[in-house]
Structure formats: structure tokens, C-alpha cells
Design a protein around this ligand. Sequence first.
Ligand SMILES: Nc1ncnc2c1ncn2[C@@H]1O[C@H](COP(=O)(O)OP(=O)(O)OP(=O)(O)O)[C@@H](O)[C@H]1O
Length: 339
Amino acid sequence: METELADFSVFDFNQILEATDNFSEENKLGEGGFGPVYKGCFPDGVEIAVKRLDSDSGQGFIEFKNEVELIAKLQHRNLVRLMGCCSQGEEKILVYEYLPNKSLDFFIFDEDRKALLDWDTRIAIIVGTAEGLLYLHKHSRLRVIHRDLKPSNILLDSEMNAKISDFGLAKIFSSNNTDTDTTRKVVGTYGYMAPEYASHGIFSIKSDVFSFGVLTLEIVSGKRNSHECGAFINLLGHAWQLFEEESWSELIDAALVPNIYSMEMMRCINIALLCVQENAVDRPTMLDVIAMLSNKTMILQKPKHPAYFSLSTAGNKEAPTTTQSCSVNDVTISTVTPR
Ligand SMILES: Nc1ncnc2c1ncn2[C@@H]1O[C@H](COP(=O)(O)OP(=O)(O)OP(=O)(O)O)[C@@H](O)[C@H]1O
């Protein structure tokens, strides 16, 4: 039985079992920090992605359903649509629209596939992600901080438009549902987490802005913030140094042949570096970012040095990386009391 609430549905567990062929291995799309994701298909041909949450959110069905329903109301062309949920016993399941083209990391970090992303596609992904994030921060009825923005959470539709996934999940799993700015459970991934969030659990729209900056530098360079820049502090420090030396063109992905867009690329790097500045107050808001991206004549500020950048190691090309890429959805850290 299915309860219809406008465009939100509470699905029966049997419908989900049938759609995913009993959560078969063949239908498994992957596994994230919240649990495995399966492809499914309803009898009417509608394709879905089913996220089987593996750690109990601690909520009862009504509370879970209410929370999911609120998240499902967040609808924007750059957000993956949450179609509904299902709960039976300990099982808690989220049902999303299915996106056929996998996630951004599948393309951007692969030597062959990255060639499929020309500059027009990349800038459209950057702008689309910025718009989706602005909607979460400002224009949606709820104010949502994503907390885990990264290439694997940017899904691509059949026309390679960016769709942010996993938004609102941190809220379901947070220890309480009040709008506090600290958390006992860090939901995020090293390499994309702002320093104040990684070390003190303090999150705000500015911690998402930081992740957006890292993501943008990765899209422009085709390199991960952690692995491939071992010889250069990390991607952020490397990008900042090149920008300071006016050698920013060295950062551009070799798959993007030098072309007439170089001014736009430079502006993108500048904007990304403003987003990854160490102090949250110095970072722009997503509204500022969109204004800077769309107004090509707006004069951009000079970025201060990025987070995780030590001036003492700046000249040391052998300096170890200060970030790692690993999901810390289950890491618990001590709560910091807000002042
Ligand atoms: N709506 C969807 N349509 C198609 N594939 C999806 C959808 N949602 C998730 N996937 C795929 O399922 C896999 C797992 O996704 P999930 O978001 O749970 O994990 P992740 O992003 O890899 O890690 P994390 O939980 O740390 O964010 C990924 O390969 C992702 O591309």
C-alpha cells in the first residue's frame, strides 16, 4: 500500500523488494557512509535509487517520515529528487530519482573519462552546484547545510547537469534536531571539510562554501585535493601558490586544451580560493559566489592563504599532505559549546 502525499510517497517494503529484486547484488550501485544504494525499477518503468540506511537514526517511523517529508520538499533543478521513504521494523529506506550518468568523481578523476568534460560542461557543473547550494542555504523553506559536499555527491543527469545528493541526511542523523551550530557526530569527508568543522564540529553555511571551493579547484585541475598533490602541500596550497605567482594556468587540467576561456578559468580559481580561506568570515556566501561567477566584470578580491596551509612549509615541495580523503560519517568528536 502506498500513501500519496502530493509528490511524496511512503512505499511499502514489498514494493521496494520487488523493485530492487530483493536488494540483489546486480542492482547494487555502491555503498556510502549511510549504507548501500540499489537501483530499482517500479512496474510502471520508473527507475529509482534506493538508499538502505544502515545505522538506525534512532527515530520512530512518524519522526523519520516527517523529517524525510521535509527534505523531499526541497526541490530544485540542481538537487536529486527525494521521491519518498519506506520503513519497516529497523529498516529505514530513502527512495530517490535515478540518475544514469553516475557521479562527478567517476569522470573528473579518470584519465580517459575526464576528456568527456569540456570547459563548458565543467563550468555548467560548477554554476549548477552553486545554485543548488544557494537554494539549500537561502531559498528553501528550511535552511539546510549539506556538510558533505564532494564530487561523489554531485550526480549527473543524462545531459550532464549537476544534481546535489545526500542533502538533509546529516539532519536525520544529527544527535538532536535543533538548529545548533555544533554537532557530536561529524558527517563529512576529510579533504573537503572546513578546518573549524573538522577540528571543532562547528558547521555553518561557510563550511559548505569551503567544500564548494575544494570541489571547484578539483573540477578545474582534474586532481583530488589529497592524493595527486603530495609533492605540493595539498591542492589548496598548490593552487594558492600558483595564483600568487601568476602561474595559475599550470593548475588547469591538461585535458582542457588552452583556449579562449582562460579568463573564465582564472576567475574560477580566484573564486574557489576565496571559498577555501582559513577564516570562515573571510569566505563569501553562495550568493556572493553566484554574483562573482555570473558577473564577468566584477573585480574579485585577492584570496588570503587557504586553510591547511602552513607558510613554513610553503617552500618545501616535499611537505606531506595535511588532508586525507576518507569518509568520517561515523566519527564522533566532542561537542564544542557555542559562545
Ligand atoms: N540517485 C541516484 N542515482 C544513481 N546513482 C546513485 C544515486 N544515489 C547514489 N548513487 C550511487 O550510489 C553509490 C553510493 O552513493 P552514496 O551517496 O551513498 O555514497 P558516496 O557518495 O560514494 O559516499 P558518502 O556516503 O561518503 O557520501 C554511488 O556510486 C552513487 O553514484
